[in-house]
Ligand binder design. Sequence first.
Ligand SMILES: [Ca+2]
Length: 321
Amino acid sequence: MTLRRLLAVPVLLALAGAAPPDTPAGPKSDLRPADGSKADPATGRPTRVVHGPSGITMVLVPAGGFRMGQGKAEHRRVIRKAFYLGETEVTNAQFRRFAEAAKYRTDAERGVELDGHTKGSFATAPPAAATAPREWSEAASWRRPFPDLGDPALVEDHPVVHVSWNDATAFAGHFGLRLPTEAEWEYAARAGAKTAYPWGDDPAAGAGHANLADKSHGKKFPWANVLFPFDDGAAVLSRVGAYKANAWGLKDMIGNVEEWVQDTYAKYPADGADERAAEGGVGRVIRGRSWLDGPGMNRPAVQQAARRDFIGFRVAKSIDP
Ligand SMILES: [Ca+2]
C-alpha cells in the first residue's frame, strides 16, 4: 500500500462515519483525572492525570517559550504543544511491573558491553574509598543499586537506577509513553523560572526543594567536598515526590537521580528551534543531576552525556491533536 493510500484510509473512515472497531466512542484515553486536577484553560485537558497502564501520575506542561542552556549555549526555544510529564521519576515498583510483564532484563543485567565493561554499572564506592566516588561494579543493577554499601533493601518508591537509555526507552514503549525531549525537560524543570535554580539564584535557599549533595551526604561520604549548605535528610537516594513541587507541580526535576532524555548529545540548534530531540550526536543526554552533585551541577540548564550510572528517567506523553 502506498503512503498516499495509507494516509487516505482514516479520511475514508471518517467520511463513512465509521470508527475503528476497538474505539467505538472515539479515541479511548488511557489517562484519568487525578486528585487535585483542574481543567486547563488553554487545552481543556485535566492538569493532573493517572496513566492507567503504568500507574504513573503525570502533570500537564503548558505550551510556551523559554531561554534554554547556559553561557554561550543559551538560546531561545519554543515548546509548541502542551504535553504530559511524569510528576516524579519512575520508581522501582513501576519498573518491576514492566520487567515482569515484558520479561525484560536490563543492559546491566544482561552484560551489554560499555567501555570495556559488560555486566554492571557505575556504583558508589564504599565511603572509606576517599579517592573514587564511583566505581564500576559487576553486581550493580536496578535490583541492587548499592552493592558496595552493604546492599540495603530495595525501596519500592525510590527512583529506578542503573538503567540505560535503551532500558528507559523500552519501559516507555511498553506502556505507550516516551522520554521527554531535552528541550521539554529543561522547560518543565524551570517551570517559568529564569534563575539558576527553580527556587532562585541562591543555592542555600534550596532546602526542602530537592535531594542534593547536602550536609547529610557529606557526613556519609568524606570525598564529597562541594555541598549544598543545608541538610535535606537524605545521604543517598530518597523516595520520589518527597520534596516540594516546582511551580508547575513537578517533583524531583533537580536532584535525586539524573534522568535520560530522548536527545543525542549534540550542539543545540539555531535560535528559535522547537522542542524536537537532537539526532546525530554522540551518546544520549542526561539532565537534572543527582544526590551526588553539588551546587555547580544541580541546575536546570546543565547538560551532560552519559551511559550506565545512577541514572533514572521520567516519562512523557504527547497530547494528540
Ligand atoms: Ca541529599
